[in-house]
Design a protein around this ligand. Structure first.
Ligand code: AMP
Length: 243
C-alpha cells in the first residue's frame, strides 16, 4: 500500500466496518483538513449540502459568537484577530455540545476542527461513542503562496459565511451576498500579515493532526489546487468509492 494511493491509505481504516448496510450514504464524521485557504470551507459546505448533513465550521461558530458579543465571542475575538488558536477547552466544549444534537445522527462535515492533537484525540473519543462509521479525514493540499493569494482575495458573507473571491467570483450585487443578502466583507484575519501568522500556527499545531489521521489509516490526500468544481468532483468520487 502506497501513501500516494488515497483510497488504499484510507481502506486500511475504513474497509473493516461492521455496521452493515448504511442507512445514510455518509454516516460518519468527515474531517476536512488543510492550511487556511486550502478550500475546506467551500468544499465542506457543498459536500454537506449534497449529503444533507450539517456543516460544522468552528470558525463560523466563533464568528457568530463574536457578532453576538457573547462571553465566548469576547474571549475569542482578539485571539482570532492575531491568527492564533482559541484554547482547546473552549473549542471542545462548543463542538461536543454541537455534535450531540439530533441533526448530527447521520454524520456531519467538520471544517476547521480538529486543529490540534488534543482536539483530534478528544474528537475520536467522542466519535467512538456514537453509532457512526469510522471518521474520515481528507487533507486538501495546496501550495503555500497560492494559499496566501487565495485568502487575501477572499471575501466572506458576514451572515451565512458564503465565500467569494475578487479573482473572479464576486456577488452579483456589490457587497451583498447572493445566498442570503448579508454583507460581504474582507475578514479581519484574512489580511496578509495575519494570514502569515495563521500559516505558522497551522504548521506548528495542525500539521500533527494530519499525521495523526495518517497513522490511524483514516486519511485521504486530495489535490486542492484545482478549480473548485474539479476538487469537488474528486472528493465526491472518493466518497462514493468508499460506500
Ligand atoms: P477559520 O474560519 O476556520 O479559519 O477560523 C478562524 C479562526 O477561529 C482561527 O484562526 C482560530 O483563531 C479560530 N478557530 C477556528 N477553529 C478553531 C479550532 N478548531 N481550534 C482553535 N481555534 C480555532
Amino acid at each position: 500500500m502506497k501513501d500516494s494511493d488515497p483510497v488504499a491509505v484510507c481502506e486500511a481504516g475504513v474497509a473493516d466496518e461492521t455496521l452493515g448496510t448504511p442507512a445514510h450514504p455518509l454516516l460518519r464524521a468527515l474531517v476536512l483538513l488543510g492550511a487556511p485557504g486550502a478550500g475546506k470551507g467551500t468544499q465542506a459546505r457543498e459536500v454537506a449540502k449534497i449529503y444533507g448533513v450539517p456543516h460544522l465550521s468552528t470558525g463560523d461558530m466563533f464568528r457568530e459568537h463574536v457578532a453576538k458579543g457573547t462571553e465566548l465571542g469576547l474571549r475569542a475575538k482578539p485571539i482570532m484577530g492575531s491568527g492564533k488558536l482559541v484554547p482547546d477547552e473552549i473549542v471542545l466544549g462548543m463542538v461536543e455540545e454541537r455534535v450531540a444534537r439530533k441533526d448530527c445522527a447521520a454524520g456531519f462535515v467538520l471544517d476547521g476542527f480538529p486543529r490540534t492533537l488534543p482536539q483530534a484525540e478528544r474528537l475520536e473519543e467522542i466519535l467512538s461513542l456514537l453509532p457512526l462509521r469510522r471518521s474520515l479525514a481528507v487533507n486538501l493540499t495546496v501550495d503555500e503562496e497560492e494559499v496566501v493569494r487565495r485568502i487575501v482575495s477572499r471575501r466572506t458573507c458576514k451572515s451565512c459565511g458564503a465565500i467569494y473571491s475578487t479573482a473572479g467570483n464576486m456577488p452579483r450585487v456589490d457587497g451583498k451576498c447572493d445566498v442570503c443578502g448579508g454583507q460581504v466583507i474582507l475578514r479581519p484575519d484574512d489580511r496578509e500579515d495575519v494570514v502569515r501568522q495563521r500559516l505558522a500556527t497551522y504548521h506548528e499545531q495542525t500539521r500533527p493532526v494530519v499525521d495523526f489521521y495518517r497513522r490511524r489509516g483514516q486519511l485521504l490526500e486530495l489535490d486542492g489546487s484545482k478549480e473548485i468544481a474539479a476538487v469537488q468532483r474528486d472528493l465526491l468520487e472518493l466518497l462514493e468509492r468508499l460506500q
